[in-house]
Design a protein. Structure first.
Length: 364
């Protein structure tokens, strides 16, 4: 953790001075740094925003404020009680700003910690059903967000064509001299490019719309309460326009994988079809009413696409010499790449069954 006095000074930009404040590291994000702050009987989450990756922090924070206040208004309309646990609440600085830039140029933000909440890295079919409903509801609530479209906090974030362009540049540059180790994986990626760029083609042809998406629907971005009911969706940095198949697919990639995202043992990795099925049922229960047939027909493809995209992103970072994702050991990005590629192969083997499951869930 950064120097404690420095951390305290940052915290007191947002809340009153307190000699007894407690600051502890929190969570396992790959990009931002998170801390839990306890002061005067209240708990908060403090985050250092990675501004090399999120290069427009004011716009990013503005997106989050718009999204959370829109959801808050919807929940109020629905007469939901306990609203402070159902949507994130940003804590402004004493100057009413949504972030604080410190003297070394780092950006910080604070929000209320959601009381008695927990997240899971592994779930069961019942929780998957609830998570599906939650992400469907999230998209539905944001469908009528007023005003300008949200700012694209990372341009072309889930654009496969753009990701492949960057990947090929990295392969060409071979900055870390690692290319000879990964030639087989590079070929596997190149063999699938045509299929994996299909969403971008369909969008250009007017066949696939963009909607307000979460764009980081990892299983651990859903908070549950003490009775395992969903409280809310968190990690709103990447909420922006995208294809619904992306959000569907990223949940399957993380929540329906029997292994870990960075599992060293390929035998652990396979799609759990019971989780896939319950997630699809929950999601479609809330989303079927606003989705087109084409979107529904491509949900299972989304699982392959997002797993492929993550394979490409981890491999790109490995080839570049680990400049994007935090790593815990030297070949972590290579281990992640292989684990994601194994999952992709398994999704390919199970694809027909996944299509059938989505079809049945949509026609219940
Ligand atoms: C990053 O930091 P985290 O874990 O929320 C990444 C996602 C990836 C994910 C892979 C801004 O999310 O896109 O899918 O790691 N976020 C960004 O685990 O790149
Ligand atoms: Mg994230």
């Amino acid at each position: 953790m950064a120097d404690l006095d420095k951390m305290k000074n940052i915290v007191f930009q947002f809340i009153s001075h307190d000699d007894a404040v407690v600051i502890q590291p929190l969570g396992k994000g790959h990009i931002n740094d998170s801390y839990k702050v306890a002061s005067a009987g209240n708990e908060y989450v403090l985050q250092r925003i990675n501004h090399h990756i999120f290069q427009h922090v004011p716009e990013l924070q503005d997106n989050i404020a718009r999204v959370t206040s829109h959801i808050r208004a919807k929940l109020e309309e629905q007469g939901v009680t306990d609203i402070d646990r159902r949507v994130l609440t940003l804590v402004p600085t004493h100057e009413e700003a949504l972030f604080y830039k410190d003297s070394s140029g780092d950006y910080w933000r604070m929000m209320d910690f959601i009381k008695e909440s927990k997240s899971y890295d592994e779930i069961n079919p019942e929780l998957a059903y609830r998570a599906g409903m939650a992400f469907g509801d999230f998209q539905k609530m944001l469908a009528d967000l007023p005003g300008e479209p949200l700012f694209e906090t990372i341009p072309n974030f889930h654009n496969m064509e753009a990701r492949l362009k960057t990947f090929r540049e990295s392969v060409k540059a071979n900055k870390a001299g690692r290319l000879h180790e990964v030639a087989g994986l590079v070929k596997e990626i190149e063999d699938r490019t045509d299929e994996m760029c299909k969403a971008e083609r369909m969008h250009r042809e007017g066949k696939l719309p963009k909607r307000t998406n979460h764009c980081d629907t990892k299983v651990n971005n859903i908070l549950f309460d003490e009775n395992d009911q969903v409280l809310c969706v968190v990690d709103l940095d990447t909420v922006m326009p995208g294809y619904v198949l992306s959000d569907f697919g990223d949940f399957v990639r993380t929540g329906a994988n029997r292994g870990a995202e960075d599992d060293k043992n390929p035998d652990n990795i396979a799609v759990d079809l019971a989780i896939f099925e319950e997630y699809a049922k929950g999601y479609l229960k809330n989303a079927a009413s606003f989705l087109t047939d084409t979107e529904i027909e491509n949900l299972a493809f989304g699982a392959k696409l997002l797993t492929y995209m993550q394979t490409v992103r981890f491999l790109t970072d490995y080839i570049d010499g680990d400049t994007y994702y935090k790593i815990a050991y030297p070949d972590h990005n290579l281990v992640r790449t292989k684990a994601q590629f194994k999952l992709l192969q398994n999704l390919e083997e199970n694809f027909d069954e996944m299509q059938r499951i989505v079809f049945d869930a949509a026609h219940r």
